[in-house]
Every structure is written in C-alpha cells, then in structure tokens.
Design a protein around this ligand. Structure first.
Ligand code: NAP
Length: 284
C-alpha cells in the first residue's frame, strides 16, 4: 500500500476503519474537501476499493501495535502537516452483561478504547507540530446505555471521558478534540453486530436464554430498524468535515434527531424515567 502522490494536496488527514460505513464516507468526503486522506483498512480488497476513490489506503488494524507504529512513520515521513485524525474504527458486541464473556468485553474495549487511544498516542507528535485536531466518532450509546449494550456503551462512555480529558490536556498546545455523536446510521455495523450477538446468544445457558429471550428479541428488532431507518453515513461525514474545517471546532457534534433528543434527555430526565423511556423505545 504505497503512497499515491506525496506532492498534493497540501494537508493530511487519517481516517481509521475506512473500508465501509461512516469511515468510508468520511474518507471520500475529506478527499473531496481537498485533503490527502490516509485511510485505514484491513484487507487488500478494501485497499483497492478506497484507492479508486482517490484516498491512500494504509494497512491498519488499530489493535496491532506494529501497524499503528507504521502509520506514525508514514505520517512522520510526509512533509505535509497532519490536519486531523478521525478515530472511527469500531465494532459492536451486544449481549446482556451477565452473559457476555470477559474475552468479548476485552475485544470491544481493545478496538473501541485501547485501539483508539493507541492511534491518538502515535499521532500526537504530528498533531502537536501541526496544531491539528482529533475527531472521535462517539455514539448516542456513549450518552445512554440501553440494555444489551453494556460493553458497547461502556466503551463509548469511556471514549467520551477520554475525549474530555484529552481536550483539557492538549488544547493549550493548539490541538483541538471533537466528538461526533451520531444516532442510528445505515451501515454494516448492524449486520456485523447482529451476527456477533446471535453467536453470543447461542452460548447462553438455558436459564439465561429464558431470562433474556424478550430482551434479545427487542434488541434485534431495534437494531434492525436502525439498519433500515438510520441516516446515510454521508450525513455523519458532513459533520466530521465541519469539525475538521471549523476555525474553532465544537467539543461535540450531534448528528440526527434521535441523537439530539437522547442527548438532551440525559440532562433533563431522572434515571427512573429514562429507564422507562428506554424500555418503551425498545418495545419492552
Ligand atoms: N452505524 C451506527 O448506527 C453508528 C451510530 C453511532 C456511532 N457509530 C460508530 O461509527 C463507527 C463506524 O461504524 P460504522 O457504523 O460505519 O460500521 P461499519 O460499517 O461496520 O464500519 C466499521 C469499520 O471499523 C473497522 N474496524 C473494525 N475493527 C477494526 C480494527 N480492529 N482495526 C481497524 N479497523 C477496524 C471495520 O473494518 P473491517 O471492514 O476490516 O472490519 C470498518 O471499516 C464506529 O465507531 C461506531 O461505533 C455507528
């Protein structure tokens, strides 16, 4: 995966998880905005696809320290400033907390927390040099934790805290940090997460199956409806573009009506009322 053309355009951006969904749309959008986009992908097939969209593929599994180090080398070896890193790569591991093996918790946090932190650490020297910005793709799941979303929301809540802490650490040195908070978006996350949760459901004990049958049915119906009625990923890419271009980026960009309503509710509504609203939303 060699550099395409290191003479133009004049600034770099990095987008992780750019093979599909929000990352792919973001890479395409930022390339159209005029950036040289380094797009993190995990297969040669995905590399070929993104290359056709005028972005430079970089082999990047964010849980692989050597690949993260190679990305930092690639950025360091380029004379163009790094305007932004878009931390997008993510997975969804959904099951009731009682029934979710620790290895699966670790997998969720390895990608969604530690992998993202590894990318931030590796690229911080370049961001400090260029006074660039970190754009983390959060989620409404990082604001409200629905049942069966303990691991996913745990990781997304964690990244909310990491983003706040990071902003307060590096803003004095000219690096800004923004979180994009999308509601439901039509991507492969639903189908991939659905396959994971079906596998996890099969491994539940008979008692757990009985206890959580209603919840898992409601979870499937809810996520399938997100997969059908969610926003186009390009709408999220527009918000990322605004965060990358703004003279003074906002700390958070909420994308979608569902995200706006849920985020607002968390500030206004007591826990017990929110519990009832969440259950009603899931049809429980
Ligand atoms: N879809 C939604 O409704 C929604 C809502 C709010 C927030 N989000 C967030 O948006 C982000 C992107 O998700 P998406 O909806 O666009 O789903 P997606 O289409 O499944 O895309 C996920 C991307 O992450 C990559 N990825 C997974 N594990 C990785 C790893 N270890 N290292 C590097 N890349 C990895 C995938 O690469 P491979 O193709 O190689 O697996 C893929 O490019 C996630 O952080 C997600 O939590 C999604």
């Amino acid at each position: 995966m060699n550099a395409i053309d290191s003479s133009t355009p004049s600034e770099l951006v990095v987008v992780t998880g750019a093979s599909t969904g929000i990352g792919r749309a973001t890479a395409r959008r930022l390339a159209a905005d005029g950036f040289h986009v380094l797009a993190g992908v995990r297969t040669e097939a995905a590399a070929a696809e993104v290359k056709a969209e005028h972005v430079e593929p970089v082999l990047l599994d964010i849980t692989d320290e050597r690949q993260v180090a190679a990305l930092a080398d690639r950025v360091r070896g380029d004379r163009r400033p790094l305007r932004a890193v878009v931390n997008n790569a993510g997975i969804a591991v959904n099951a009731p907390i009682e029934a979710l093996p620790l290895a699966e918790w670790r997998r969720q946090f390895d990608v969604t927390v530690f992998g993202q932190v590894a990318v931030i650490q590796a690229l911080m020297p370049a961001l400090l040099r260029s006074k660039g910005r970190v754009v983390n793709i959060g989620s409404t799941g990082g604001k409200v934790a629905m049942p069966a979303f303990g691991a996913y929301s745990g990781a997304k809540f964690a990244m909310e805290a990491v983003s706040d802490s990071l902003r307060r650490e590096v803003e004095p040195f000219g690096v800004s940090v923004a979180v994009i908070v999308p509601g439901a978006v039509r991507t492969r996350l639903t189908e991939r997460g659905g396959a994971t949760s079906a596998r996890l459901a099969e491994a539940m004990t008979p008692e757990q199956c009985t206890r959580y049958a209603g919840l898992m049915k409601a979870f499937r119906a809810t996520t399938e409806s997100w997969g059908t009625h969610g926003l186009d990923a390009a709408v999220v890419a527009d918000a990322v573009s605004r965060a990358v271009h703004a003279r003074k980026p906002r700390t958070r960009y909420t994308v979608g009506r569902d995200a706006a309503v849920m985020t607002r509710l968390t500030h206004l509504v007591p826990d017990r009322l929110l519990d009832r609203m969440v259950r009603r939303t899931m049809g429980l």
